[in-house]
Design a binder for this molecule. Sequence first.
Ligand SMILES: Nc1nc2c(ncn2[C@@H]2O[C@H](COP(=O)(O)OP(=O)(O)O)[C@@H](O)[C@H]2O)c(=O)[nH]1
Ligand SMILES: [Mg+2]
Length: 479
Amino acid sequence: MAQTQIEVRLKNLKEHLKKENNILCEVVDKFRELDKIAYKLGYLNPDKQSYAIRVSWWPMISVLGTYSAGKSTFINHYLEQPELQRTGTHAVDDKFSIICFSNNEEVTTLPATAIDADPRFPFYKISKDLDDVADDAEQRLDAYLQLKTCPSEKLRGKILIDSPGFDADNQRSSTLRISQHIVDLSDLVLVFFDARHPEPGAMRDTLEHLVSKTLDRPDSNKFLYILNQMDITAQEDNPEEVVAAWMRALSQTGLVTGRFYRTFNPDVSVELPENVKERLEKKSTTDMQDIHARMEQIGVERSYRVIGMLEHITKDLEQNIVPQIKGLLQRWKSKVIWTEITLDFLLLIFAALWFAATDYTWSGAWQHLSSLGTASLGAIAALLFVVGLWLHLKIGDIAAEKILEQLQTEVVDETTREGLTRAFNKNTGTWNKLFIWFVEQPVGWSRKTQQRLNEILGSVNSYVQKLNDQFTNPSGKEN
Ligand SMILES: Nc1nc2c(ncn2[C@@H]2O[C@H](COP(=O)(O)OP(=O)(O)O)[C@@H](O)[C@H]2O)c(=O)[nH]1
Ligand SMILES: [Mg+2]
């Protein structure tokens, strides 16, 4: 059997995971089981959809924030690769750089298409997102993204993303759109602010676009807010005031949770005034260590997140999607049944009225029928049967169409709507239309399917335990 693109992709993914984390390798198979159930239900399209590729399997850390805040300098420092990302006071690199590990001694830069081909990256979605921004998204992708490989050991099993600043007015909406997408996929988001400019528009914009949208996220603890270049501030202003203004700006957007850091980069820092030197240095060093520790920890967090995702999708399928499909089916069934009962009733009334108007009677009609020969009776019965059958199917069609129409306005989320539409269509085939009075369960759903979902849920717990054993820190997530 020919392998679909998804199968090839997942096979490559498993190859990569084998070297990294065997447990996650097993989890890929569980996602495939969910896929199969969803294919049978019609909820996912087997040619191009899979729950497994909705998850990004590689821990991803993104560095966002105001322009010239020191994002690229921070990355170079962390990876101990001073030449990796260009830095400077002008927008030297207005692309997103996806940085990942390679054994190759040399840093290499690859075009955006390389990202699409690698199963570790969930960026196929980015080109789709860009579709809405630019018509020739495929070609333009290169204008927004590049892939860099780098031999730093700290990169093993992680992906780091450096981003352009927010002030570049051109390509602005695409930059924002991509940023949002990256934020969604990231396990850790470092949001950099420039302590030299704590108040102006750039900062407010960053906050509005990045932070205010993320306030109610369940994963809001993945955001770290970093006020950088504290050294320069200490020279020119009162650092306390700068920090206070920054915190005020953050809280004005409603942000109260999250971790806040104050740093400067020792590689490029200026001479600090004696009276604040020790204190600022100490604060920056411990904060820097904390940030780095979070970055190390991210591989562990990711494993739990993927398994959490498995649990979430399983429950969603069982408690949300299947009931919705059942609901649609029930609605269709009762629509058809009630239409037919109403039609029969109308027919009777019509006949009764007609009899009343023409002096014809039920017994007269009966006698008339009895006097007919078997052949004519047979012909009439056959004709009635065919007309009835045709009507029955037609009513099924019309009712299904009506329900599909309603579905388009009822379900807001596009992916869910598409899935439900496909699943519902799978249930309105000729066979089900014929025997609609007896239809109970959606196609692809049975006690056995239910049992399989329960088994998957059960395996989630055992994976969590295995992970706990694997990572010595038993709670795994955070200290
Ligand atoms: N004094 C000082 N300069 C910094 C610090 N971080 C970055 N820089 C400088 O600020 C400029 C902009 O940094 P860059 O990393 O390119 O900013 P990006 O636009 O956020 O990537 C560069 O010239 C860096 O050398 C810092 O903590 N202290
Ligand atoms: Mg930069």
